[in-house]
Ligand binder design. Structure first.
Ligand SMILES: *Cc1c(COP(=O)(O)O)cnc(C)c1O
Length: 818
């Protein structure tokens, strides 16, 4: 995140007790904390944060990226090892970052709107931005940067051009809001709503609300709905309170909400009747719009101006999507805002998904630059260069005017139309393409020609949620325990190299797949992590060794065959993984094989044991705990016998997801994480895990049926008293089991769960949508938030693993990173 210039010397004055300075006047533009997200090392100040990985361990790496300035814990680094670096020593690196943000914020005497609440924060922030943008030069939190760290980085973006800031604040634990309020020091507060999201850290909803309200203690005005405040005594004393809601004592008193082509909201305010119209019709959007409306009224906007702008509000697309493109390209479609901060985030994602060596960026003008355009575009050019983008394409009059700032060979077009006319002559092939355009440039037209047509049924994979699940499991392990992630069966149905790339980026230690061809696919996509393959036979030995894949060896017969093969190829010390039988009775060496196995391994230098492992049959169920204990004992015993016979050490591992949770004593040197990564906890959906997959489809047709009519094959379906059915584009050939027919399965339509009617067909099925306002083309959720994958699996007496892996390959996978 950038800002105007500070020298390192000045920053030292603000935050450090002690420092070691070799240069006083290095200019600092960016505050960074993750070596994978450094755009311009030379002008970055690196904060070594703890929590998760310890930032102090990455100082050497940061130096190789050109970083010369560091904020570290006193006593944690060997200064002598980095003679070129400046070090500021502090007691708490996160607090130091926050102090700097606070100081920076205090330099500006402008209105600052702070938004908190359980849901809707980001939408309200983005809508307020759209609504207030004509009058103000607004700084706002990028995406949903609302944590202790995110807020500090958001504030750091404030510059002297700004006349207003809109900052989002989120908390998950008591005590956190105080620090946010101290940094943000908002002048106007908005509380969106209070729901049950993120309540883990709090005793009660009341405690959570009290904590949230702390943000507004020193604000001048606060906008709330009494709906979310159990007693007005809870409200902070200083701000003047502006209320909205259906009660007639509210300042903005909502009288009626009428839904049609538009949603009209009618209210009374200071004795007059006023109204707005918005496009979305769901209750959450109505509340978010009313929150924004209250802000504008509080700021003194005319009713007519508000009305016009509300009509023009557009939905907030916060997702960054990864799609398959033409000619084996990957398209990263970021239709969020188009500014330098969000460009940086998108470039980081492009670096993370490195399935192709070649990288292209297509960028439109950055709209509404209120300061010096040249400096903004030279920042952009610098970012493109430092991210080693192979090809840059700029679209728009402004960016074209600054073409001289970009590397030679960059292409410029004055409009999207001009680019589209030229596109057939540009060879897009085997590359990752980042598409980032401001709304007026309609980049969806470019996206359309670059992506493969998608069938309307799609499995959406939330890579950010997957990353958070990964972090959760990492946090449960001892720092020395390694992590192998199971990406077999297309990562449990969720993808292949897209997931593996994310895991590689997050530095897991090992990947495992079921069959050699799965491993070959990963290698071809540039995955460099060691990969274990579980089912390997003679016919695939060549492919294994060609692609540096490491076999699981589970029998003497297989071991002998592999040794003979290695001998023939002249390979030595090839890494293998020995599987032991401890009670699963599937694959593995039995106790009776052990002596022979040790003999064979002692006598050869063709292979090197990378690890020895076994698999628990029932680690998730307490009624089998004695059995699990006996498996652990047997594993210790058998692996110990192997270790005794060999003069080198190897990794031992036994735990799957459920065992990570339930059997920490069985973690040995490494664990094998599977289903938990995809958001399914061992005992149902664990509270902290987030669902990763959402299956959606669309409505092809809507029909009225009478009491006598039947629906579908075998005339199984009927609506008593008649009604309406919607035919949707998913059937058993997509993996939606026939067992979901006749009301067993439910899908979400327009925010409501509706049952299936009749038998499930091969490519379609029918839903009962009687009484609902739905249209052909509407999106339908098959599973995701509701119904959950788990509840759906339970409905047909199976497990989430089977449902996920059963979603057929014709269902497109769409990835997003929110
Ligand atoms: C699939 C698999 C795992 C992961 O199991 P989860 O229950 O999904 O965590 C671990 N080990 C082996 C050998 C596996 O086949």
């Amino acid at each position: 995140m950038d800002s105007q210039l500070y020298t390192i010397n000045r920053i030292a004055d603000i935050i450090a007790d002690r420092y070691r300075m070799v240069r006083n006047d290095d200019e600092i533009l960016h505050l960074v904390y993750d070596t994978r997200k450094i755009n311009e090392g030379g002008r970055s100040l690196f904060f070594a944060l703890s929590g998760g990985q310890d930032g102090h361990e990455f100082i050497g790496h940061a130096c190789t990226l050109g970083v010369k300035n560091f904020v570290v814990l006193d006593g944690k680094v060997d200064e002598g090892a980095y003679p070129e670096a400046n070090f500021l020593f502090v007691d708490d690196t996160l607090l130091a970052l926050q102090q700097l943000a606070k100081y920076h914020r205090s330099q500006f005497d402008i209105p600052i709107i702070a938004i908190t609440g359980s849901n809707g924060k980001t939408i309200v922030k983005e809508w307020l931005f759209q609504l207030l943008n004509p009058e103000f030069n607004i700084a706002r939190s990028p995406k949903s940067y609302n944590s202790q760290l995110g807020v500090a980085l958001s504030l750091w973006q404030l510059s002297s051009d700004n006349t207003l800031a809109i900052i989002e604040a989120g908390i998950s634990r008591p005590g956190e809001m105080e620090r946010l309020q101290d940094m943000i020091h908002p002048t106007l507060g908005v509380l969106t709503n209070i729901g049950t999201a993120h309540s883990e850290g709090f005793e009660s909803d009341e405690e959570k609300l009290k904590e949230k309200l702390r943000l507004f203690e020193k604000a001048k005005q606060l906008i709330v709905s009494p709906k979310y405040i159990p007693s007005s005594g809870m409200l902070p004393l200083k701000p003047s309170i502006v209320t909205w809601g259906y009660r007639d004592d509210c300042d903005l008193h909502i009288i009626d909400v009428r839904r049609g082509n538009y949603t009209q909201i009618i209210a009374e305010y200071q004795g007059s009747r006023i109204d707005i119209q918005i496009v979305p019709s769901d209750e959450a959007s109505v509340e978010n719009a009313v929150s924004c409306w209250s802000v504008l009224l509080t700021l003194g906007y005319e009713s007519e101006v508000i009305k016009q702008r509300m009509m023009a509000l557009f939905p907030v697309e916060m997702r960054l999507e990864l799609k398959n493109g033409i000619n084996n390209c990957s398209i990263i479609d970021d239709s969020y805002s188009c500014d330098v901060a969000s460009l940086m985030i998108a470039l980081n994602f492009l670096q993370q998904q490195n399935q192709h060596g070649k990288k292209t960026v297509i960028l439109s003008d950055i709209p509404e630059i209120k300061g010096d355009k040249e400096s903004v575009y030279s920042r952009v050019a610098q970012l493109i260069k430092s991210n080693r983008i192979d090809r840059f394409i700029g679209i728009g009059e402004d960016i074209s005017a600054f073409d001289g700032l970009f590397e030679r060979g960059s292409l410029f077009y004055r409009s999207t139309d001009e680019f589209l006319a030229a596109a057939p002559g540009i060879d897009f092939r085997d590359e990752s393409i980042l598409l980032k355009g401001a709304r007026v440039f309609s980049f969806e037209r470019i996206s359309k020609i670059l992506t493969q047509k998608t069938h309307d049924t799609a499995l959406e994979i939330n890579l950010k949620a997957l990353e958070r699940n990964l972090k959760h499991y990492k946090s449960k392990l001892k720092p020395t325990t390694k992590l192998m992630v199971m990406v077999k069966a297309f990562s449990y149905g969720s993808g292949s190299f897209e997931i593996a790339n994310l895991l590689q980026f997050n530095q897991v230690d090992y990947l495992a797949v079921a069959y050699p061809d799965e491993g070959v696919t990963l290698r071809n996509a540039g995955i460099k992590l060691p990969i274990m393959v579980m089912n390997v036979d003679l016919s695939s030995f060549d492919a294994m060794v060609d692609h540096e894949l490491e076999p699981e060896i589970f029998s003497l017969r297989q071991l002998n065959a592999f040794l003979a093969f290695l001998e023939g190829r002249g390979e030595k010390h090839y890494p293998i993984h020995i599987k032991l039988e401890t009670g699963m009775h599937r694959l593995g060496f039995d106790e009776v094989d052990m002596d022979r196995l040790v003999q064979l391994l002692e006598a050869t230098d063709l292979v090197q044991i990378a690890s020895v492992f076994s698999h628990l049959a029932a680690s998730g169920s307490s009624e089998h705990d004695d059995f699990t204990r006996s498996q652990i004992g047997r594993f210790e015993n058998l692996s110990g016998r192997l270790q005794k016979g060999l003069n080198y050490s190897f990794l031992r591992h036994l735990s799957n997801t459920a065992a990570i949770d339930r059997w920490p004593e069985a973690s040995f040197d490494m664990v094998r994480l599977g289903i938990g990564l995809y958001g399914i906890g061992p005992q149902g959906e664990g509270s902290v895990l987030e669902p990763v997959a959402r299956l959606k489809t669309t409505i092809s047709q809507i029909k009225r049926v009478s009491d006598e009519d039947t629906v579908g094959y075998n005339r199984r379906g009927r609506l008593v008293g008649g009604g309406t059915i919607a035919t949707v584009k998913i059937g058993y050939a997509d993996g939606y089991s026939r067992r979901f027919g006749n009301g067993v399965g439910r899908m979400m339509v327009g925010g409501r769960p509706v049952p299936t009617v009749g038998d499930i067909c091969m490519d379609m099925c029918m839903l009962d949508v009687t009484g609902l306002e739905v249209n052909e083309g509407d999106t339908v959720e098959v599973f995701g938030e509701t119904p959950t994958l788990m509840s759906l699996a339970q409905a047909i007496d199976t497990i989430p693993y089977e449902l996920m892996t059963g979603i057929s390959q014709r269902v497109k996978r769409v990835y997003f990173y929110e």
